[in-house]
Design a protein around this ligand. Structure first.
Ligand code: CA
Length: 227
């Protein structure tokens, strides 16, 4: 059975472009033009993924994202946000609200199809985990032993570096903002500077050697593990 994608966008030419290309790629699509209908459809007939435009009439995309991620019926449905250039703040807020990825307009339909596939892959059965081990791109991350190794042997990491790596590598392709990383590593009550994260990331990259390139900088937002 093909995966169903719910498109939430008020501009009909963009809806047509998305729907056409997704169907060509083998997906089923459904479109709604406002946030209220999106929430209703997501509950009544949950799609495998939602493409959510940020600029919508009445309830905006961020609010729709927040409501979907707060409702136990819809919280696990992956969301890709469609944002315009210059909506960087919205992008960061969206990722913090739980969106899985974002695509900047204007986009190529091919990019959309690739992103949709990537998000579906990693949210369904993307990563191979054997027990408490996570294996990605030649690295084995052992959650119980708090140890990382490659074919060449154990890579010695601090507790902070280990946490950051396992978080990033646990969701390849997902962008983590600096404040999300900070919360995850040190907890909500920690008030650090963005460059604190940057320092830890650059040390982590150095220790990973050739694998350091797997952690990519997403300019103006944060970091992601190559997915
Ligand atoms: Ca719009």
């Amino acid at each position: 059975m093909s995966s169903k994608i719910l498109i939430v966008e008020d501009e009909s030419d963009i809806v047509e472009l998305l729907a056409y290309n997704l169907r060509q790629a083998g997906f089923e699509t459904e479109a709604v033009f406002n946030g209220a209908d999106a929430l209703q459809r997501a509950i009544e007939n949950p799609p495998e993924l939602i493409l959510l435009d940020l600029l919508l009439p009445e309830i905006d995309g961020l609010e729709v994202c927040r409501l979907l991620k707060r409702d136990p019926h819809t919280e696990t449905i992956p969301i890709i946000m469609l944002t315009a250039k210059g909506e960087e703040i919205d992008r960061i807020v969206g990722l913090e609200l739980g969106a899985d990825d974002y695509i900047t307009k204007p986009f190529s339909p091919r990019e959309v199809v690739l992103r949709v596939r990537a998000v579906l892959r990693r949210t369904s059965n993307g990563q191979s985990t054997a027990g408490s081990q996570l294996r990605v791109a030649g690295l084995t991350i052992d959650m119980d032993k708090h140890q990382v190794h490659s074919e060449e042997g154990v890579i010695d990491l601090t507790a902070t570096e280990f946490k950051m790596l396992s978080l990033l590598a646990g969701s390849p392709g997902r962008v983590f903002s600096r404040s999300v990383l900070m919360d995850a590593v040190w907890g909500q009550e920690y008030y650090g500077l963005d460059r604190t994260i940057d320092t830890h990331i650059s040390r982590l990259r150095r220790k990973l050697g050739d694998f350091g390139d797997l952690i990519e900088t997403v300019h103006g937002v944060g970091y992601r593990f190559k997915g």
